[in-house]
Design a protein around this ligand. Structure first.
Ligand code: RP5
Length: 166
């Protein structure tokens, strides 16, 4: 397993699945865990150790509301942690501050313990960033990223980037 994805709650699954989908596209092996930093701190610490022992090289963590999860993980490992602030979508419960609460909580880490924070709900970018970090070490992942970017350029050319008539 190269990447561990942590979710603060099962209610975060739909959004965080998008990070997993990107990893799948690049053939990157991952495992996902639902563990709240606030509700199950001991289990979280144990699981961080376990994923390190299993060879994990990058961690993605998504959470909503006060969103301690990515920061707590970063405090417990020197692996790079990519944080995804989530809008809390919970029918019948408060939806928090539309993700601004989680964004500020995750991005405003104290010095020495960084979390690489992507945009609110942008779990896809967490997947791409994890792939780019791994590409430093794995040429096959780098080759796939280069190919993916080349296709983006070709699509942009085909979609008006080479000039259009208006
Ligand atoms: C956060 O609180 C979770 O990441 C989730 O986004 C939010 C609500 O959690 P649940 O009440 O749905 O478990 O910790």
């Amino acid at each position: 397993m190269k990447v561990a994805i942590f979710l603060g709650s099962k209610s975060d699954m739909d959004t965080m699945k998008k990070a997993a989908d990107v990893l799948k596209d690049f053939g990157i092996d991952y495992k996902a865990y639902v563990i709240s930093a606030h509700r199950a701190g001991d289990l979280l610490v144990k699981t961080i150790k376990k994923v390190e022992e299993d060879g994990c090289e990058v961690i993605i963590a998504g959470a909503g509301l006060s969103a301690a999860l990515p920061g707590v993980i970063a405090s417990r490992t020197v692996l790079p942690v990519v944080g995804v602030p989530l809008e809390c979508i919970n029918p019948g419960k408060s939806n928090g501050l539309a993700g601004m609460d989680a964004l500020l909580s995750i991005v405003m880490m104290p010095p020495q313990i960084p979390v690489a924070t992507v945009g609110i709900g942008n779990a896809k970018n967490a997947g791409y960033l994890a792939a780019q970090i791994l590409a430093i070490k794995y040429p096959e992942i780098k080759a796939k990223l280069v190919e993916f970017r080349a296709k983006m350029t070709a699509d942009a050319e085909a979609n008006g980037g080479e000039g259009i008539e208006l």
